[in-house]
Design a protein around this ligand. Structure first.
Ligand code: L34
Length: 294
């Protein structure tokens, strides 16, 4: 599906260029040398190349000050040749992510993290929807999964995934299926399994490998695993294996559909980011018409 989205965007970019417009341009700020972030940003840059976008990887030493980073964001904001800007998270301890995110011009905030964009999403208004939830909604739509009236259980209430996906699944907006009864569980939920067993659609975004096992789901469940952790594995050349929140071996036999890790939500997150960047370049983020589904 991610490859399909990239192919669709590639055609749109070609059409844009044929009309004499420049290609969409994504800039990504990366601070320090956090292994997974380097991999993820690398995949984002590669995906930009594949669809014909221009990209800029803006890498800074771990010692850079917050004030200097704010200046770098101001430069991107003022650059009319750049449509989208993301600040890859996590950041070093001495930098407050919110201060950087709040500085990004909302039209260029293709992560959808700026309070203005997040607030618009909560109000069901046209906006940049965060990339991972957007990728998940796109996946649900393309898989033809029926959502309206179903019970969706979300595990984890993060700002990047859990909170926004719980809102999107309960709504029927942004052109995506929705209208689920949604339960949002988190670290203070007693008896997590009581809730997960009721899920028609289970979305986990926690970062605890194996948190969800086969005893915790019902037959026929649709499982979307957003977790991605590096677990020591001496048999691998890298020394680690990637693991989601879901114990695939025991859950997959009961699931009607399940996403793998890797090769599931990760590539769809990148597809979501590309979609947002395309719309940032078109300039229709706040005026776009959305259509209801199902
Ligand atoms: N600002 N920070 C910002 N925006 C985001 O949307 C993210 N996220 C999360 C971490 N920090 C962020 C990502 O980009 C997670 N994330 C992300 C992006 C891509 C992939 C995974 C997470 C990805 O490419 N996953 C591959 C395997 C990657 C590997 O080999 O390590 C996959 O197949 O799942």
């Amino acid at each position: 599906m991610a490859a399909d989205i990239r192919a669709e965007l590639r055609l749109k970019v070609e059409a844009m260029k044929a009309k004499g417009k420049r290609a969409p341009h994504l800039a990504a700020i990366l601070v320090g040398s956090h292994g997974p972030s380097e991999v993820y940003v690398g995949h984002k840059i590669k995906a930009c190349e594949e669809v014909g976008f221009t990209s800029s990887k803006l890498s800074y030493d771990v010692t850079i000050s917050e004030a200097d980073l704010l200046e770098e964001i101001d430069k991107v904001n003022a650059n009319p040749e750049i449509d989208g800007l993301i600040v890859q998270l996590p950041l070093p301890e001495h930098i407050k992510a919110d201060n950087l995110i709040n500085r990004i011009q909302p039209e260029k905030d293709v992560d959808g993290f700026h309070p203005l964009n997040f607030g618009r999403m909560v109000q069901s208004l046209p906006t940049h929807v965060p990339a991972t939830p957007l990728g998940i909604m796109e996946m649900i739509k393309r898989a033809g999964i029926s959502v309206v009236g179903k019970h969706c259980v979300v595990v984890g209430r993060s700002r990047i995934v859990g909170s926004p996906i719980s809102i999107l699944m309960s709504r029927r907006r942004f052109g995506y299926p929705g209208g689920a009864t949604t339960t949002l569980t988190h670290r203070f939920t007693p008896d997590l399994a009581h809730h997960t067993r009721q899920a028609d659609i289970l979305i986990t975004a926690v970062g605890k490998p194996g948190l969800i096992n086969g005893d915790m789901v019902k037959e026929g469940v649709v499982v979307i695993d957003v977790g991605i952790e590096r677990v020591k594995d001496p048999s691998k050349k890298s020394g680690f294996a990637l693991k989601g929140d879901v114990d695939f071996e025991t859950v997959a036999p009961k699931a009607s559909l399940i996403t793998p890790v890797p090769g599931g939500v990760g590539p769809m997150t990148i597809a979501g980011l590309l979609k947002n960047t395309y719309h940032a370049a078109l300039g229709d983020i706040y005026t776009r018409e959305y259509h209801y589904h199902d």
